[in-house]
Design a protein around this ligand. Structure first.
Ligand code: PLP
Length: 402
């Protein structure tokens, strides 16, 4: 076992911050009341849920905390947005080919079992959408548009605020949902200044525990509750509140706002240094996705002609945690649907590694990774079955440098 783990897999999940842990603990002990109870013992607990709702509203820039509904995770929030459609006449949904499975698989389900037509927009080699194609895809039957803010695999950012504006101009009735699970805490979000109707976040991606999420639903947006049950969350999501996790999400949201500048400055610098260090010392490395329209903490690097899983195992032996594509699809060796949609060659997709940093990442950890990765790659290059391709690539890179 390693004395220290260098955790660069923060898009998969994050360490729970001390503020979240400390503030949630009393709700496993003395503060065990039910926030729906009439007595003060429960009512007092309700006050903490109220505060957490305000803190989450602060993170996403909602004008009214009542627009925040607590859910169990980002996946539930996406399900709520997509399955909650109410107008039986409108049967068209638009999304993108690079969404997380919690959107893609729900869209496929609605297409297969509920008579919806779904447009899956493609991306270019940088992972970006074509805005004209987006606009052209909207018609009078479009019920919902679901576009992620930041991609979990590449970190590439879609201009969702602009897209929501374009969409509403073309069809004012269309609902615009944003999966902001990988954007929250990494870039500023201000839903009140946008035309976004719904937006999801997930606790475990922003240093809160697993099993808690939220969805912003703009006042006046018609959505059928996905979880039928009691009157909790004003009848929009039944089920007794997970108070401890809600309080932790509130605390983590407040911290996330405080750390936004750290993301933009320190974390981005570390990510860029890591990327440069790897690219300069590994001739078969290339970055996947736009290097400019990206969240600050993520880099997705392909090491051509070697296997990503082998790289991960070697890095893991050195105490370095990274990921080959999204955590939800690991254990499944299908090449990444995101990188495939970008037209990345298979020999590069198979060797793709995602490094994702957090506020807990340090400069000395980055130094260590910059030192170790090229050594691992050199070793794996020497046993790759693609020796002539690697030689050719090396010659090209050397010629480009000189
Ligand atoms: N959306 C994106 C972009 C994600 O990266 C993830 C998780 O990786 C999810 C949604 C799902 O969130 P959760 O794990 O909370 O269900």
């Amino acid at each position: 076992m390693f004395e220290k783990v260098i955790y660069l897999d923060n898009n998969a999940t994050t360490r729970v911050c001390d503020e979240a842990i400390n503030q949630m603990l009393p709700f496993f002990g003395e503060k065990y009341g039910n926030p729906s109870s009439m007595h003060n013992f429960g009512g007092d607990v309700g006050a903490y849920v109220k505060k957490a709702r305000e803190q989450v509203a602060g993170l996403v820039g909602a004008s009214d905390p009542q627009e925040i509904i607590f859910t169990s995770c980002g996946t539930e929030s996406s399900n709520m947005a997509l399955r909650g459609l109410t107008d039986p006449r409108k049967k068209h949904i638009i999304t993108t080919k690079v969404e997380h499975p919690c959107v893609l698989n729900v869209a496929k389900h609605l297409e297969k079992n509920h008579g919806y037509e779904v447009t899956y927009l493609g991306v270019n080699s940088e992972g970006l959408l074509d805005l004209d194609e987006f606009k052209d895809s909207i018609n009078e039957n479009t019920a919902l548009i679901s576009v992620m803010w930041a991609n979990n695999e590449t970190g590439v950012i879609f201009p969702v605020e602009q897209l929501a504006g374009i969409a509403k101009e073309k069809n004012p009735e269309v609902l615009f949902f944003v999966d902001a699970v990988q954007a929250a805490g990494k870039v500023p979000i201000n839903v009140k200044d946008t035309r976004i109707d719904m937006l999801s976040i997930s606790g475990h991606k922003i240093h809160a525990p697993k099993g808690i999420g939220a969805i912003y639903i703009r006042k006046g947006t018609l959505i059928t509750p996905f979880m039928q049950g009691g009157h909790q969350e004003r009848g929009r999501r039944g089920g007794t509140e997970n108070v401890a996790a809600i309080v932790a999400l509130g605390a983590a949201s407040e911290q996330a706002v405080k750390y936004l500048e750290d993301e933009e400055v320190r974390i981005k610098q570390m990510r860029n240094r890591l990327e440069r260090g790897i690219l300069e010392n590994s001739f078969n490395a290339r970055v996947n996705g736009s290097r400019f329209k990206r969240v600050p903490n993520t880099t997705n690097i392909s090491f051509e002609y070697i296997e990503g899983e082998l790289i991960l195992l070697h890095l893991s032996d050195l105490g370095i945690c990274a990921s080959s594509g999204s955590a939800c699809t690991s254990g499944n060796l299908e090449p990444s649907h995101v990188l495939r949609s970008m037209g990345i060659p298979f020999t590069a997709i198979h060797g793709s590694i995602r490094f994702s940093l957090s506020r807990y990442t340090t400069d000395s950890e980055i130094d260590y990774v910059i030192e170790k990765v090229p050594a691992v790659i050199n070793k794996l290059n020497s046993i790759s079955p693609f020796q002539s391709e690697l030689r050719e690539l090396k010659e090209i890179k050397t010629a480009m440098k000189s």
